[in-house]
Write a protein that binds this ligand. Structure first.
Ligand code: ZN
Length: 141
């Protein structure tokens, strides 16, 4: 188990632009504000979404593109680093017009209809992602 202790840092809250890419907008914000470690929460709606589901047997992500309006019921994740650069790990739960949910690991390509974000910076040790042989994932090592 890996456990680090952090103190609260800055907090940001705001609105994402119509038509913007959810993942890339958050990544550029994290870079602009120089956030090394933190947590992210987003709610809203998107016009199109791209998520991935990890196949634990094959150790590969299976990408799914949904070309329809969906509600962003919940998108949560964290900020850390990989090769010293900011890395976002975000999961998203989306709901269709009937409220049926679909979710996965958020990728680039999710186009915002409306989005409200909250980012909290944490002050303390950096968390660096590296390839983990057992899972095939980039984990904090
Ligand atoms: Zn993930």
């Amino acid at each position: 188990m890996l456990i680090n202790e952090y103190k609260p840092g800055r907090e940001f809250m705001g609105r994402l632009d119509y038509g913007s890419d959810l993942f890339l907008s958050l990544l550029s914000l994290v870079k602009e504000k120089d956030i090394k470690v933190g947590v992210i929460k987003v709610i809203g709606a998107c016009k199109k979404s791209v998520v991935a589901i990890y196949d634990q047997e094959e150790k590969k992500y299976r990408n799914v593109t949904l070309e329809k309006p969906m509600e962003i019921v919940s998108c949560i994740g964290n900020v850390s680093t990989a090769q010293g650069k900011p890395a976002l790990h975000l999961h998203i739960v989306l709901a269709d017009h009937e409220g049926k949910a679909f979710g996965g690991h958020l990728l680039e390509g999710t186009e915002i209809f409306a989005g409200e974000f909250y980012i909290k910076e944490l002050i303390g040790p950096t968390l660096e992602r590296n390839h983990d042989e057992v899972t095939g994932l980039n984990l904090w090592i």
